[in-house]
Design a protein around this ligand. Structure first.
Ligand code: DLZ
Length: 158
């Protein structure tokens, strides 16, 4: 289902495992930070609502989405985390930069998922326009940060 047909902030609250006692990481890209910091807010609020302690959240800020996997791997190791959410927003432009960044980051995060025993969540928006990003960062299609947090809580319980 396309995310335009689903509100990214809608989920069944009772179906989400508690994050109490878990140490989690959030890595955020500075590019398009008016979008990524909205995603961070949604993500953090959802984790807190489901029992993750504020002191148990490690936040790392990187320049762009391309840098997310490196920081995710580093904080996962150094802070003995139970899972890491990676937040970015790559908006399509005149060149193919979005394709290169999105594919490599998706692949790198999947590699981390397969080589570490903890989940790494792809909280990256890949819109064609800025409006599509705003719609998914607390706008009419909800907030992808919320969806990423719920995904992490579910994956950490496996
Ligand atoms: C270079 C670049 C461009 C053009 N666009 C974006 C973007 O829309 N979103 C994003 O997160 N990062 C972008 N970047 C930066 C790259 O992710 C990366 O930081 C640089 O290529 C340096 O490695």
């Amino acid at each position: 289902m396309a995310s335009s047909l689903k509100n990214l902030s809608d989920y069944v609250i009772n179906a989400v495992p508690s994050g109490k006692g878990k140490n989690v990481g959030i890595v955020i890209a500075e590019w398009n930070q008016h979008i990524t910091f909205e995603l961070l807010n949604g993500c953090k609020d959802t984790l807190l609502q489901h029992g993750v302690g504020l002191d148990n959240i490690v936040i790392s800020i990187v320049p762009g989405t391309f840098e997310l996997p490196f920081a995710a791997k580093k904080i996962a190791k150094e802070h003995h985390l139970s899972g890491v959410i990676c937040i970015g927003c790559v908006i399509k432009g005149e060149t193919k930069h979005d394709e290169y960044i999105n594919h490599s980051v998706a692949q790198a995060l999947q590699n981390l998922n397969l080589h570490f025993d903890i989940p790494f969540i792809f909280g990256v928006l890949t819109p064609n326009t800025e409006q599509q990003a705003l719609d998914r960062a607390g706008g009419k299609h909800g907030n992808k940060g919320v969806e990423a947090a719920v995904t992490l809580l579910k994956m950490m319980s496996i």
